[in-house]
Ligand binder design. Structure first.
Ligand code: AMP
Length: 114
């Protein structure tokens, strides 16, 4: 099966500004940042989106959730706060069919989003 864009980034076939990686996941700076800090956290496993995850992915999803806090702290977002976003499907504006968590911060963020 063809690799997703984020698999190619995780495998270092496409360059990206990687801020964290381990055996299960990779985090890198979004190429079109929506805020001063905008990191994408992706599992190496190419799950298309959160709705496609199964019970088999439970430990992986827990790992990702815990890494969100670690990355936010490392990026200096812990004090001011930050937003996590997972877009799923067309109406949510998902453009890359590989599960990813946006970690966004470094300025005041409007809520609800448009
Ligand atoms: P989504 O719209 O939720 O699917 O988010 C996909 C994100 O991937 C967008 O915020 C894009 O700016 C980002 N993106 C696309 N290509 C790259 C790339 N080569 N390196 C880093 N981020 C990317």
């Amino acid at each position: 099966m063809q690799k997703t864009l984020f698999q190619k980034i995780a495998d270092k076939e496409i360059p990206a500004a990687i801020v964290y990686e381990d055996e299960l996941c990779v985090a890198f700076r979004d190429i079109a940042p929506a805020a001063p800090v905008h990191v994408l956290l992706v599992p190496r496993k190419p799950i298309p989106d959160i709705a496609a995850a199964t019970a088999e992915d439970a430990a992986l999803l827990a790992h990702l959730m815990l890494k969100v806090g670690d990355i936010a702290r490392a990026e200096g977002l812990a004090e001011g706060g930050f937003r996590t976003v997972m877009n799923t499907g067309e109406q949510a504006g998902q453009t890359v069919p590989h599960l990813h968590i946006h970690i966004i911060g470094g300025r005041s963020l409007q809520w609800p989003p448009g």
